[in-house]
Design a protein. Sequence first.
Length: 374
Amino acid sequence: MTEVVNRPPTDELVRLARSSSALILSLQDESGAYPASPTFSAYRGYSWLRDGAFIADGMSAIGEIDSAERFFGWCSRVITDRSAQIFVIVDAAADGSPVADSEMLGTRFTLAGDDGSDDWWDFQLDGYGTWLWAVSDHALRHGHPLDQWLPAIELTVDYLVSSWSRPCFDWWEENPDRVHVSTLGCIAAGLDRIARAGVLDAPRHHRAVEVLDAIRALIATDGMADGHLVKWLGSSDVDSSLAALIFPLAVIDGTAASCTIAAIDSQLNVDGGVHRYRTDTFYGGGQWPLLSCMLGLGFVALGEPARALEQLRWAASTVTAAGEMPEQVANHLREPAMRDEWIERWGAVATPLLWSHAMYIRLAVELGIMGNDA
Ligand code: BGC
């Protein structure tokens, strides 16, 4: 944990971290699922593995152990309920005739853990890596055993080992024909942490480490340009989601880490507000508080806490009078003409977005502004 020097944090920043964790707790479903956004038309009633894993990590970091574990319990049930589907996927991949994308596991589930009946851009692998990462880091942080989640952990490892190299939708549910470096990084983080936890049997451990090495090698060749990570294999653009690979996923360090943070900072950060990528048009392509905090976590990892605190302050400035953080704000739009089209389609921007609150918490904790109880 890094100490912030020279700029003492305000009580307001601390209060927002506390009210954020209270808000997440109040909205967590009795099933353990974290709704992405309770009222937003397109997200209502669903929980994402990706959002949820980062939310659980934030809650774990601020000391809300039970909340994080209830989410991991929900993940476990979602995954073990689909064990037959996973066996088919793994066998088909081993036979050299992989199942179609539509037969792969979903990216979001209803709060009760069902598939739901609304269409979605469903085949995304990253969330299976992030849940493995979050549950492992949580167990390590609090000294808890992983036993209760082991059957789901093993199924997830088998699923990822069988299918990690397949193209799929990215974090933003776009570009399904590409292999995304953020997605690979999420899978690598999950396999790395679970391998280090030492809970896998020897053959499974061996397969996980082999895939981890293959992912690292692929990222180091086709996943980089000009010294930084890129959006997908073979691209030269950056995407802000890549900041997560530096921290909290911690799968990239050294020069690749500093060049990636520098590229995101110079190309996508405007006064503390971070865009997803250069050509984003979703709701006009605004600035995302959760990504501002992820860039902030990258600055912490690089030993630049003052820059990180600027990011935290910007994220705090997006909170509404009701104390809710949105998915994005429209202060600086990349494609203003597109904003109304999305508002007509799905309504006002998702607010609150629990993932935004969680990344704010995570950065506040990492900056050491929460005192000793976080
Ligand atoms: C974002 C996803 C996110 C989902 C739920 C989508 O608009 O692209 O990254 O998981 O919302 O928050």
